[in-house]
Design a protein around this ligand. Structure first.
Ligand code: GAL
Length: 393
């Protein structure tokens, strides 16, 4: 009887942790990450003040709940292999408790290699130990960044010239290993793969429990880089869905090197892509324009739509682009983009997207109902501008 109870209890625990794992990231994850603004200077105080600002600015209530510490928190391992933090992060458990006390979630960063991209301690050979440590700190999100594991992949390639997939197999096994270690903790920890889209991550990421995976190399705070990444996502929509998302990298809105129209393009494209929305700015210094872009409820609702469909390109004509994203209730979100250096008119034919009898059209950024329109719908866009529409029957 006792044995039966133990077995059934174990079954219940593993079934509930499996359920918890499946429930993670039903919509694209939202939050803040330290890297794009603070990079290797980030400290415990910066992360606490980001958590405070998420609450006071209204970002948390708009959906931005993960507070993610990126690279450079790591210290050295002790004789037992336990990883310690460096002096910038005196107490991760206390930091996690602080973040949780604000109704937020706590994210961290590591690498399958021996070193992270910043040259700090990675998880190679310590995967289970690190996963348990994260769980003991109350971690809810792990970004796992390839970095020095690329050296191991090169070695595998040299050792197995007969196998063109040797390097990728090793990489996938390394990501699987940490995926298993996270699951074994019993704590739902969102698993975010960062290996720059190598070997078409979107094809194998979901099978090993990844909730999101980077599809490209790093973004930076420039219009050129942001659109190169954003528009290169065409064709990837079929690989995203509830629990598993393509990640075209974190947001740069608010970091200051793009115009308001360019940041509007950034947000418009990312919500149409059902991309994870991880703000990467200094939240204590947001302008009204940054807040308007990051916290527009209708734009966020497009990203977070319960249908969980990523948008894709409808057509491209030179520097003009039109993207659509299916939404729940038979609605469709449409993005117009003008990448040119002049003001340009961009149009969509509603018949082409199934609205043969016209549609109610709402302009999200202008917060304006445009009425019941049919046939061709157009807007005039400034240089590098974007328009975001929702059409419904
Ligand atoms: C890069 C990664 C960035 C950031 C950085 C930290 O590889 O793409 O998002 O995490 O490493 O060193």
């Amino acid at each position: 009887m006792r044995r039966f109870l133990t077995v059934s209890c174990l079954f219940l625990i593993s079934a509930s942790s499996l359920f918890a794992q499946q429930k993670t990231a039903l919509t694209p994850p939202m939050g803040w990450n330290s890297w794009n603004h603070f990079a290797d200077h980030v400290t415990d105080a910066d992360v606490r003040s980001a958590a405070d600002a998420l609450v006071s600015s209204g970002m948390r209530d708009a959906g931005y709940v993960y507070v993610n510490v990126d690279d450079t928190w790591e210290g050295k391992r002790d004789a037992q292999g336990v990883l310690h933090t460096n002096s910038k992060f005196p107490n991760m458990k206390a930091l996690g408790d602080y973040i949780h006390s604000k109704g937020l979630k706590f994210g961290i960063y590591s690498s399958p290699g021996s070193k992270t991209c910043g040259g700090y301690e990675g998880s190679l050979g310590h995967e289970e130990q690190d996963a348990k440590l994260y769980a003991s700190w109350g971690i809810d999100f792990l970004k796992y960044d390839l970095c020095s594991f690329e050296d191991k992949m090169k070695e595998a390639e040299a050792q197995h010239p007969e196998d063109p997939n040797a390097a990728n197999k090793l990489m996938i096994a390394a990501y699987q290993k940490m995926g298993n270690a996270l699951k074994a903790t019993g704590r739902p920890i969102l698993y975010s793969l960062c290996q720059y889209g190598l070997d078409q991550t979107w094809k194998w990421g979901p099978a090993l429990g990844a909730n999101m995976w980077r599809t490209t190399d790093d973004i930076n705070d420039s219009y050129g880089r942001m659109i190169a990444i954003g528009f290169s996502q065409a064709g990837l929509s079929k690989y995203a869905g509830p629990g598993h998302w393509n990640d075209p990298d974190m947001l740069e809105i608010g970091n200051g090197k793009m115009t308001e129209d360019e940041y509007r393009t950034h947000m418009t494209l990312w919500v149409l892509l059902a991309a994870p929305l991880l703000a990467g700015n200094d939240l204590s210094k947001m302008t009204e324009s940054d807040k308007r872009l990051l916290m527009n409820k209708e734009a966020i609702a497009i990203d977070q739509d319960q249908l969980g469909k990523q948008g894709d390109r409808l057509y491209e004509s030179g520097d003009l682009d039109v993207w659509t994203k299916p939404l729940s209730g038979g609605r469709v979100a449409i993005g117009f983009f003008n990448r040119s250096w002049s003001t340009r008119k961009v149009s969509v034919d509603l018949n082409q997207i199934g609205f043969n009898h016209g549609a109610n059209v709402r302009d999200v950024w202008k917060a304006k109902d445009l009425g019941h329109l049919s046939g061709i719908v157009s807007d005039t866009l400034p240089t590098h501008g974007a328009t975001l529409l929702i059409v419904s029957r």
